[in-house]
Unconditional design. Structure first.
Length: 90
């Protein structure tokens, strides 16, 4: 099983197809993983940042509008093959 972590490729279909062709020709099972987070406050679709709050706790922050309301940010990350939506280290 292979996981390919890629940046935002929304505007690069050619790169996605090239990776998919390689997977099809050479690997039994593989996936492309990209960060596709969403801010419900401003509609930002991309990578939400992880930043420390005033107490040093890690929280999500929208790079577009600065929103830190964790209930308005949808963030998912892959950890050891599983996709999760929380901080596993806290």
């Amino acid at each position: 099983i292979s996981y390919v972590e890629v940046p935002n490729l929304q505007g690069n279909t050619e790169a996605v197809l090239a990776v998919m062709r390689f997977i099809y020709d050479n690997i039994v099972y593989a996936e492309l993983n990209t960060k596709s987070d969403y801010c419900e406050k401003c509609g930002y679709d991309g990578e939400i940042r992880i930043v420390p709050d005033e107490d040093g706790k890690l929280i999500w922050e929208c790079p577009n509008c600065g929103n830190r309301d964790q209930d308005e940010l949808f963030v998912a990350r892959r950890t050891c093959g599983y996709i999760g939506t929380q901080f596993w280290n806290q």
